[in-house]
Design a protein around this ligand. Structure first.
Ligand SMILES: C[S@@+](CC[C@H](N)C(=O)[O-])C[C@H]1O[C@@H](n2cnc3c(N)ncnc32)[C@H](O)[C@@H]1O
Length: 233
């Protein structure tokens, strides 16, 4: 494990946790909620199924999935950064939601391959792991047979393509300057670096197939700025 990157990522999310939802809404013009709903619609969680939201942050996906799988199923939100997970827990309390289980855990350190889940989702999590392939492997081993998974994240588009240039302009001229107003610019500047190290769509599909998933599909959304990877065992 690359310990330095793990600590760096954890520190970033603990530090930005208090402004995370606010800046997510502002910087995406609220669109992240639409993309997350799209991911959940594609995955079609059913009442009675057991799901996990990996790298859950403040819990947006877990709350959406909860609506679908309750009251007979279960949903667990897992994150390694305590401060951001505490915000998810507070939101749960405010909504009087006792259904979602919140766990503090590094998902790359889960060593229990007990095929617990019908479905696993991640939004903006895979790119932040030390190693995306290891993340996809963990998901594979934790899914029941015929389980399905979905990942929403920035799309790593081809260098110098229109969407790549647009992404750089957006990150450098909107995201970083706005986050600077809250003294969080180094943390938000990290997004561009993490996209550069994130596999492109064809690589993600190749990794998923090599790991053992029978179906792997990638959809670019929002003019190629974001992407959704859906997988099935
Ligand atoms: C960009 S946030 C995404 C949060 C949320 N899923 C969303 O879409 O708003 C990435 C989250 O991944 C978490 N994370 C990064 N590496 C992790 C790991 N190895 N295990 C668990 N959580 C991790 C971070 O703490 C952070 O909360």
């Amino acid at each position: 494990m690359n310990f330095t990157k793990t600590m760096e990522v954890k520190n970033i999310f603990n530090k930005i946790s208090y402004k995370y939802d606010f800046l997510n809404n502002l910087l995406s013009f609220g669109l992240h909620k639409i993309w997350k709903r799209k991911l959940v619609n594609l995955l079609e969680p059913l009442n009675g199924e057991d799901w996990a939201d990996f790298c859950c942050g403040t819990g947006d996906l877990a709350f959406l999935i909860c609506k679908r799988v309750s009251p007979r199923g279960s949903i667990t939100g897992i994150d390694s950064a305590e401060d951001i997970l505490n915000i998810a827990k507070k939101k749960s309390e405010l909504r009087k939601n006792k259904f979602i289980k919140w766990e503090i855990k590094d998902i790359l350190e889960i060593n229990d391959y007990s095929k617990n889940f019908d479905g696993i989702c991640m939004s903006y999590g895979l790119r932040n792991l030390n190693n995306a392939e290891e993340g996809i492997k963990k998901v594979f081993y934790l899914l029941k047979d015929k389980g399905r998974a979905g990942f929403l994240d920035f799309n790593h588009s081809t260098k110098n393509s229109v969407s790549n240039i647009f992404q750089k302009i957006y990150l450098r001229l909107i995201v970083v300057p706005i986050s600077r107003l809250f003294n969080l610019s180094p943390e938000y500047a990290y997004i561009e670096k993490s996209i550069k190290n994130f596999p492109k769509k064809d690589e993600l599909i190749k990794i998923a197939k090599e790991v053992g998933f029978k179906k792997a599909e990638y959809r670019s959304i929002f003019l190629g700025q974001m992407g959704i990877l859906t997988l099935a065992k």
